[in-house]
Design a protein around this ligand. Sequence first.
Ligand code: SAH
Length: 258
Amino acid sequence: MTGRLTVVGLGPGDQRYLTAEAAAVLADAHALYGYGAYLDRVPARAGQRRHPSDNREEAARAAEALHDAAQGASVAVVSGGDPGVFAMAAAICEQIASGPDSWRTLEIVFVPGITAMLAVAARIGAPLGHDFCTLSLSDNLKPWPVIERRLDAAAQAGFAIALYNPVSRARPWQFAAAVERLRRHLPATTPVIFGRAVGRPDERLTVTTIEAAANEAADMATLVIVGTRETRVIARPGRSPLVYTPRAIPPAVVEVSA
Ligand code: SAH
């Protein structure tokens, strides 16, 4: 028996966002590894082992899954959204880079999923319709000054910005500090979208401005999209607003940074 490890993206929550490829891999695996809340989304199958672990145990989980695959099992490691976006795909690669040689000969497959920023954007229009970038606001894995520098650079360069991991219990002040940083560069009316638990029953979407964004509640299930100078909101009677970033920037517009 030859082992195989597949890193699978589950999408943002609802089953309809699970790709056909992801569903097939999950059904075929001998063993599933992942954060418990993500594993709970995968339908139970007789004979399939499950190895739930805590959200903060990525490295240990990756090593256990690789060890299991090296023994000959077909192993699936799950992530919410896409596994390559602030998730398990890089954790698996890190373990292979520093692990035993036998892990380098394993078949490793990455199955993409719909990442949170695309699910949120699709709910509201096209806020990522032009150039954009994404940052995780978590300073567990990088120093806060690096985050500040990247926020400055992204806003100055005119990117729309998707912010993952805006807040957690252990990181209460970082989101307000990030908004304060962005306000230095962006007009007060710049649209900001809060997408919470998108694709789940408790989904909530809010549109506000960068001026008011720090007062808006964000949590671990929230993805925040900060627009650009060009991002517009279309009010619609009886319907939720559309937020979009136009496809083009006129040649005459010179970007001014604060
Ligand atoms: N790999 C995941 C991201 C993991 S980081 C992906 O591609 O989506 C975890 C962060 O993702 C959360 O703090 C939140 O910012 C965002 N997120 C994940 N699922 C979400 C959902 N259903 N709705 C809104 N944001 C979500």
